[in-house]
Design a protein around this ligand. Structure first.
Ligand code: SF4
Ligand code: SF4
Ligand code: FES
Length: 261
C-alpha cells in the first residue's frame, strides 16, 4: 500500500493515515506549531506531531487518569482542561500536558480506628476546612464530578455521601493542580471511599457464606478434577457450559446442574 509523507506510525501499533483531502489544523505543543489532520484526539495529535508516549499515558480509554491536559485556544482567556485521550484536537489549541503532580497523601496507618469515620478524615486531611468554595475543582474535573460538593460532604462529616459523589474519580490530579487551598481532593476522596467500604458499607451475607465455603474446601474436589483434564477436555467443558441468557433478571435463571453452587 502506498503511503504519503504524512503517514506516521503510532505507539499503539495503529497508523494515522489521513484520508485524501483531509483538512489539516494547527496546534501548539510546548509553544511550537504543528500541522495535524483534524479529528484526532489530543493524544494521537501529539504522537502524529512526533512525540512518543512511552510513559505518562495508559489506558487511552478515559479510565486511568494519566493524560490530564491543559489548553488555551487562540483569542480566548479561558484555561481549559481535559483528558488527552478523550478530547478532540481543535485548530489553534495551545497545549500543555500535566505531568505527575504532587498531591498530599496522608498515612492512614497512624489513624486511631476507634475514631468515627468523619473524625478519621478530619485527622488525615484537616486542610479540607481551608476550602474557600471557589468551585475551580468542579469546573476542572474532566469526569464532571462535583468535586467541591464531595469536599463539602466530607467537611460536614457525611463520609458516605462524599464516597458516593467521588466514585467516578480517575485520579487525574487536574483538580489538585488548581486548588488555591492546596487540598488534594482525589486523595481525600480515596480515603473516604476506603473508610466507607471498610467500616460503613453493609456486608453481603451471600458473599460471606460463599467465602466461608471456599475456605472450608468445598470446591477443592472440583478444582482437582479440572487440574487432571487435558487442554481439549477443558475447552470442550468451557464451550459446552450452561450460560445465563442475556438480560435475564436477578434470580430468574438457575443452571440445570447445581452441583457446584
Ligand atoms: S478548588 Fe479547592 S478551594 Fe476551590 S472549591 Fe475546590 S477544594 Fe475548595
Ligand atoms: S476529582 Fe480531580 S482527580 Fe478525580 S477525576 Fe476529577 S479532576 Fe481528576
Ligand atoms: S490515557 Fe488513560 S485516561 Fe487518557
Amino acid at each position: 500500500m502506498e503511503t504519503s509523507s504524512q503517514d506516521k506510525p503510532m505507539m499503539t501499533g495503529d497508523r494515522t493515515i489521513p484520508p485524501e483531502g483531509a483538512r489539516y489544523i494547527t496546534i501548539y505543543i510546548m509553544g511550537q506549531a504543528y500541522e495535524i489532520p483534524e479529528t484526532l484526539t489530543i493524544l494521537k495529535a501529539l504522537e502524529f506531531a512526533g512525540f512518543q508516549y512511552k510513559r505518562g499515558c495508559g489506558c487511552r480509554g478515559g479510565i486511568c487518569g494519566a493524560c490530564g491536559t491543559f489548553y488555551r485556544k487562540e483569542g480566548d482567556h479561558t484555561l481549559f482542561t481535559g483528558l488527552a485521550c478523550q478530547t478532540v484536537a481543535e485548530d489553534g489549541m495551545i497545549l500543555a500536558q500535566l505531568p505527575f503532580f504532587p498531591a498530599n497523601r496522608a498515612d492512614h496507618a497512624g489513624v486511631d480506628m476507634d475514631l468515627s469515620p468523619d473524625e478519621q478524615i478530619n485527622t488525615l486531611y484537616p486542610e479540607i476546612f481551608r476550602c474557600v468554595g471557589c468551585g475551580t475543582c468542579t469546573r476542572t474535573c474532566p469526569m464532571d464530578i462535583d468535586v467541591m460538593g464531595y469536599i463539602a460532604h466530607f467537611k460536614r462529616g457525611d463520609v458516605a455521601r462524599g464516597a458516593k459523589t467521588s466514585f467516578d474519580c480517575i485520579m487525574c490530579g487536574l483538580c489538585v493542580s488548581r486548588c488555591p487551598a492546596n487540598i488534594s481532593q482525589m486523595n481525600v476522596a480515596m480515603a473516604g471511599r476506603r473508610i466507607y467500604a471498610a467500616q460503613m458499607m453493609p456486608r453481603s451475607e451471600a458473599t460471606k457464606s460463599r467465602a466461608d465455603q471456599v475456605r472450608e474446601g468445598r470446591y477443592e474436589p472440583a478444582l482437582a478434577e479440572l487440574a487432571q483434564m487435558s487442554k481439549e477436555e477443558l475447552k470442550e467443558l468451557y464451550v459446552g457450559r450452561e450460560r445465563e441468557p442475556d438480560l435475564s433478571k436477578p434470580g430468574e435463571w438457575m443452571p440445570a446442574d447445581t452441583t457446584n453452587l
